[in-house]
Write a protein that binds this ligand. Structure first.
Ligand code: PEP
Ligand code: MN
Length: 339
């Protein structure tokens, strides 16, 4: 890939000429408009491209080859942060986005009760799994479309946009009918058919890091989605496998800083799956805010002991409300905020 940085005063005609050159060569073009200039990303698909030829075209400031394996995801391609609206909230900006709700949608009353509680506590987006990726085939697999319907009802009642997981390409259209944000779970991070499908859908996506994945592999997966022109991608650090057994996973706080450095995509932290125990969720959540996360996704259940999945890592609404206040203080200390 090469990045063509156009001069600030480049005309539409000059930009179109560069795009036409790339399209003639059957290269893929990704446009990015910065405040003072246009950046044209040209994916040459491994073909040797004639940089000099582009550099001589009118209106072109300079041409930079992107050497990283991920291209559109890289900060080289887009130096400024990716910012986009989710519901009434904006992700990637100064304000942090708080997503909260149960691991699984269990019933209409459970999700509606939780939606009201997390909204009251300060959450901006409701989470809840209808299609659940369970380690055991004998565990509760989620309510499926019925669960999506209950999520939509909870959105109608509270005004909170909804995020929910999609596990297979064939179900992307159905989940898109209900969800404001598609979640790709850790177990499916490298499900390339699914990444292509959510990329094509043009729906906002939260891409969780695989539990044994390198940061680079995670960014390559984001690249799959971005390669379809879907620019609304969030990354989510949810803990990785290590030798430690005191917690469910080891929260890779470094990954938040690294991802923010290497990419322009918003980074969301999931302290619930990262720790696996409600007692540690608040500490990991506050650390994420300090580390520069653009938002959090936190499991909350009105009666964790009765939860059909992940009860031991779920916060009760009161604890969650207290945590939001604490996170707000940390956010303000690092020049951010939680509305
Ligand atoms: C979840 O969000 O409930 C979930 C299954 O998360 P992960 O894919 O990170 O394990
Ligand atoms: Mn869960």
């Amino acid at each position: 890939m090469m990045i063509v940085i156009m001069k600030a005063q480049a005309t539409m005609k000059e930009k179109s000429a560069v795009i036409a050159w790339a399209e003639d060569a059957e290269y893929k073009v990704h446009l990015s408009e910065a405040s003072d200039h246009t950046v044209i990303g040209i994916v040459t698909g491994g073909h040797p491209a004639n940089h000099e030829q582009v550099e001589r075209m009118p209106g072109v400031e300079r041409v930079v080859p992107v050497l990283k394996p991920y291209k559109i995801a890289s900060r080289e391609f887009k130096p400024g942060n990716t910012i986009f609206p989710v519901g009434n909230q904006t992700v990637g900006d100064k304000g942090l986005v708080i997503m909260a709700g149960p691991c699984s949608v269990e019933s209409r009353s459970q999700i509606i009760e939780t939606a009201h509680a997390v909204k009251e506590a300060g959450a901006h987006i409701l989470r809840g799994g209808a299609f659940k990726p369970r380690t055991s085939p004998y565990s509760f697999q989620g309510l499926g479309e019925e669960g999506l319907k209950y999520m939509a009802e909870a959105r109608e009642e509270t005004g909170l946009p909804i995020i929910t997981e999609v596990m297979e390409p064939a179900l992307v259209p159905l989940v898109c009918e209900y969800a404001d944000i598609l979640q790709i779970g850790a177990r499916n991070m490298q499900n390339y058919a699914l990444l292509h499908a959510v990329g094509k859908s043009q729906h906002p996506v939260l891409l969780k890091r695989g539990m044994s994945s390198l940061i680079e592999e995670w960014l390559m997966c984001a690249e799959y989605i971005l390669s379809h022109g879907n620019t609304r991608v969030m990354l989510c650090e949810r803990g990785i496998r290590t030798f430690e057994t005191a917690t469910r996973n080891t929260f890779d706080i470094n990954a938040i800083a690294v991802a923010k450095h290497l990419t322009h995509l918003p980074v969301i932290a999931d302290p619930s799956h990262a720790t696996g125990k409600w007692e540690y969720v608040a500490a990991a959540a506050k650390a994420s805010v300090a580390a520069g996360a653009d938002g959090l996704i936190i499991e909350v259940h009105p009666r964790p002991t009765e939860a059909m999945s992940d009860g031991i890592q779920s916060l009760k609404p009161e604890k969650f409300a207290k945590l939001v206040k604490e996170m707000r203080a940390v956010a303000q200390a690092v020049g951010r905020d939680i509305e």
